[in-house]
Design a protein around this ligand. Structure first.
Ligand code: ATP
Length: 423
């Protein structure tokens, strides 16, 4: 018997009026087709935690595609459906995307295999989920609208701040759940309960049988959370490293290196330097020895072109390795002369490998971010410079001058450029 709790007031208070209305439509239209619809997963969890989340996952006792098509006919938008899994995505408007799945039971042929599908009920659908806090549903059916359905005591675990699997073989069936558990620990500052943690340790070797792309998918989401250092500490504690990377470095070195990168990123972000998401792949790289063989292994984890590009640009920079004999007294313009062409993500990763000058490297990145282009190509032409490839050098020179004298005016820069006849 599931624990029941009325959530209607919470929903009205926390959700945007549009989201609330959309959920009532979905419930009503499912009713009219003789189906029952439930809101499920992350959004239910986040409602209970008062965190903003309007990504609607709907499970239907009935057929998800039929309901999606019906909603689309009645309210507009677009539907994309996947026949094989009886799932559909209804893009209702710019703001709302609704995923609809048919309640189902899944049988696993062998660990980490793709599931076979058979239509079934909500409880069984909830039972195949990862953790109790993600295995709650809210009923959207007429009189039961807003009722929380909680078969596995997710609400209790939420109060206890616990990540708990639903059955003992959970991590064996899908070892990527171990990485997901750490992701939720990290995001919510929760902890796995004792038994879940023990089973994570016991099942860790099963990660070896999972495809690189599924691991990469979870690793990327994990390292995009706020605190990658936490996650790596958990990898060490649970003994996961050897099952994620063949060429691992020693734990002490890994933790030092990752802490440096994490602290440096934290610092520059605080000073409004934008760092993009592809940085996650560097956290993977920093688990390795960063020797020749490491790059190939990490490349296999790349998910996007940006990930690949970041990795190869860092490799390139490490080949010339300018910081190897860098002067402690280098001025900002000297940093800029060498590093102006490289992106923030490449540089912050590279600088993290040099603890002695990391602070200055961060200072440089922060100063560089504040650079405004007070000189343009047109200014140069107006002041009698002939257009050509050397403009790039002149503009770089102008940035170097600005880095050393942030208050300088454009007129003074032009005068300086005119006085230089070596460019
Ligand atoms: P986020 O807030 O980061 O989007 P989420 O909880 O929505 O997190 P998703 O990865 O988007 O997580 O998955 C949506 C839901 O699908 C989860 O709440 C969970 O119930 C279920 N789920 C996802 N992956 C798995 C898995 N590997 N095993 C079992 N259930 C899963």
């Amino acid at each position: 018997v599931p624990l029941k709790r009325q959530m209607k007031d919470n929903m009205e208070k926390q959700l945007s009026p549009e989201a609330y209305e959309l959920l009532t439509f979905i419930g009503k239209e499912a009713d009219s087709l003789g189906m029952k619809a439930y809101l499920i997963g992350g959004m239910v969890r986040d409602l209970l935690m008062s965190r903003k989340n309007e990504d609607m996952d709907i499970v239907v006792e009935g057929d998800g595609i039929t309901l999606a098509d019906h909603l689309q006919q009645k309210y507009g938008g677009h539907v994309r459906s996947h026949e094989e899994f009886r799932t559909a995505t209804w893009k209702y408007s710019y703001a709302f995307k609704v995923d609809l799945t048919s309640a189902r039971t899944e049988y696993y042929d062998f660990p980490a295999a793709l599931p076979k599908v058979e239509l079934s009920t909500i409880k069984e659908d909830l039972f195949r989920r990862d953790f109790t806090i993600n295995a709650m549903a809210i009923c959207l059916h007429r009189d039961e609208f807003g009722e929380l359905i909680d078969y596995f005591h997710g609400f209790e675990d939420l109060k206890q701040r616990q990540i708990r699997i639903l059955y003992n073989l959970s991590f064996v069936e899908d070892p990527t759940r171990i990485l997901r558990a750490i992701r939720f620990e990290s995001r919510f500052h929760y902890a796995m309960d004792q038994q879940t943690e023990a089973l994570a340790v016991e099942s860790a070797n099963n990660l070896l049988s999972v495809s690189k792309s599924r691991i990469a998918n979870e690793l990327s989401r994990l390292f995009m959370e706020e605190n990658p250092l936490f996650s790596v500490k958990r990898f060490v504690k649970l003994g996961l490293l050897p099952f994620l990377i063949k060429d691992t470095d020693t734990e002490t070195i890994i933790l030092q290196r990752i802490k440096r990168l994490y602290d440096a990123v934290y610092r520059i972000k605080k000073s409004e330097v934008q760092v993009n998401n592809s940085l996650w792949i560097i956290y993977v790289l920093f688990l390795t020895t960063i020797k020749n063989k490491s790059w190939m292994e990490v490349e296999k984890y790349c998910l996007t072109k940006e990930d690949m590009k970041l990795l190869s640009n860092l490799q390139l920079l490490l080949k010339s390795d300018p910081l190897l004999d860098w002067s402690y007294h280098a001025t900002k313009d000297e940093w800029h002369e060498v590093f102006s062409e490289f992106e923030v993500e490449v540089l912050i990763s590279y600088f993290s490998l040099y603890p002695n000058v990391l602070t200055q490297g961060c200072d440089y990145l922060i100063a560089r971010e504040k650079l405004t282009s007070i000189i343009t190509g047109e200014d140069l032409i107006e002041n009698g410079f002939d257009p050509g490839p050397h403009f790039r050098k002149l503009l770089l020179e102008s940035e170097k001058i600005q880095l050393n004298n942030p208050k300088i005016t454009s007129k003074e820069i032009i005068e300086h450029l005119i006085s230089r006849n070596d460019i």
